[in-house]
Design a protein around this ligand. Structure first.
Ligand code: PLP
Length: 466
């Protein structure tokens, strides 16, 4: 394996199709070691282009990140301006205009009471900060025994050890046990696999009862917080809750004094057709976490929103939240968030996502549901999941060894369509999942192109399989 020519001044040149690639591939530690990846040279709008000039429709906005599209000069110019002013200040010594502006603008949009914001670099970090905030608050209140956090299965909250402990995706945890034991799980609403005869009618009652059993078993006064994704993302294919679910679980949490945390890393920032997904379900959490689309990928950025009343308790107690990281409130990141938020407002992107999202959901169901091996199509706004199964009547997943979703994605990539997937049925939770969530700037015509290409790809794949 060649050593990186960067150490030798990067002079080695290699011709690879249209573009000249300066470095050989091989030194980056990739998640999937079994294959090489196309080298992306640039992006524009909803498309990415590789070194050979091939165009890809970015049907999952990368990892549900590229909310305002690629090559967005209005956003880049604003970040550039900030970088020339100041790129970094220590967030425990100073604040900056862009960081204050982003905090006040987000808090003005947020559900009631969420009027303080902290900015970090990733969803996992913001989730960690949220549960640490909740735990510190209980210590300040003289209830240090409230250390447990209730999380749901399926569910995903990130990949650092605390966030992973909170995540109901067992196969991610294979090599890392024992994880934090102070995490307790309860089943999450998952329409396709709930086993309920009438999910919409009985779902809220059913899952709230399961949560209450969990709370009573563990002892409510040992529990600090309950964390949930308003729309479950990658671990359950964009599952919305049944009607009334968040009202029921919020009432339970209030009754037992448990703090609620909304993880909107994937479903927040306009993806559901509302800026905050919690609003769609009358969920008024005590803490709320954003990530991914908040910066559209123009900088690593996540946000934790908390209540002023809780901050005040800390101020009067120990003096403040005992949490800091190097990139806390860094202006290079918050400038990206502010530029993206301005772009959202200038082009009314949330309303656009709501109307194009309604078309997206209709079109997906109409075109994909009749296809063989498509078990379910679900989602909200511009977030959707498609579950493929070997047998639709029994909902039996394909055997994992067939690697259906991986091979299908490779075929779709050849057609110029790039999607995210989840092979979580290794967990025994669900089958092969396709995750869809294009940039929010997508048009109806581009949605049609996306869904038609996907449908042709699925048809051809299963024809070749049979
Ligand atoms: N929470 C949810 C709901 C997510 O979907 C993700 C990532 O996919 C995370 C947290 C973790 O975010 P990150 O990968 O930025 O750490």
């Amino acid at each position: 394996r060649p050593r990186s020519p960067a150490l030798r001044g990067g002079r080695r040149m290699r011709d690879d199709g249209r573009q000249t690639v300066r470095y050989p591939q091989g030194n980056v530690l990739l998640r999937n070691l079994a294959r090489d990846f196309p080298v992306i040279t640039h992006g524009q709008g909803i498309h990415l282009f590789d070194a050979r000039g091939k165009r890809y429709l970015d049907a999952s906005a990368g990892a549900l990140v590229a909310s305002v599209g690629h090559g967005n000069r209005e956003v880049v110019d604003r970040i550039h301006e900030q970088l020339l002013r100041v790129a970094y200040v220590n967030g425990t010594h100073f604040t900056t205009e862009v960081t204050e502006a982003l905090a006040s603008r987000l808090c003005a949009l947020a559900p009631p009471g969420l009027d303080r914001a902290a900015f970090l670099g990733s969803g996992s970090e913001a989730v960690e900060a949220a549960v640490k905030f909740a735990r510190q608050l209980w210590v300040e209140r003289g209830q240090p025994q409230r250390t447990k956090v209730i999380a749901r299965v399926p569910g995903y909250h990130g990949n650092t050890l605390y966030a992973l402990s909170l995540s109901g995706r067992p196969h991610y945890k294979t090599f890392f046990g024992p994880l934090l034991s102070e995490v307790i799980t309860t089943p999450a609403p998952y329409p396709y696999r709930s086993g309920l005869e009438d999910y919409a009618r009985d779902g809220a009652e059913h899952y709230a009862r399961l949560l209450e059993e969990t709370l009573r078993r563990e002892g409510p006064d040992t529990i600090a917080a309950f964390i949930a994704e308003p729309v479950i993302g990658s671990s359950a294919g964009a599952s919305p809750p049944p009607p009334g679910y968040f009202e029921r679980v919020s009432a339970l949490c209030r009754e037992y004094g448990i703090l609620t945390i909304a993880d909107e890393v994937m479903c927040g920032c306009g993806r559901t057709g509302r800026f905050f997904a919690s609003e769609l379900f009358d969920f008024q959490p005590d803490l709320l976490v954003l990530g991914k689309g908040i910066s559209g990928g123009y900088a690593p950025l996540s946000a934790l929103l908390v209540k002023q009343a809780h901050v005040e308790e800390m101020r009067q107690g120990s003096g403040g939240f005992m949490h800091a990281q190097t990139y806390l409130q860094a202006p290079a990141m918050t400038a990206a968030g502010l530029a993206v938020l301005d772009y959202f407002e200038r082009y009314d992107l949330v309303s656009h996502a709501a109307s194009v999202g309604a078309h997206f959901q209709r079109k997906l169901r109409e075109v994909l549901s009749p296809l063989p091996f498509v078990g379910s199509v679900q989602g909200v706004g511009l977030l959707a999941g498609v579950e493929l199964v070997e047998d639709t009547p029994s909902r039996r997943p394909f055997p994992r060894a067939r690697k259906v979703v991986e091979r299908l994605l490779a075929k779709l990539l050849e057609r110029g369509l790039v999607l995210w997937s989840n092979t979580g049925h290794a967990d025994g939770v669900h089958g092969d999942l396709l995750m869809l969530g294009p940039p929010l700037i997508i048009t109806e015509a581009e949605v049609d192109e996306l869904v038609d290409t996907l449908s042709r790809g699925i048809r051809q794949f299963f024809q070749e399989e049979s």
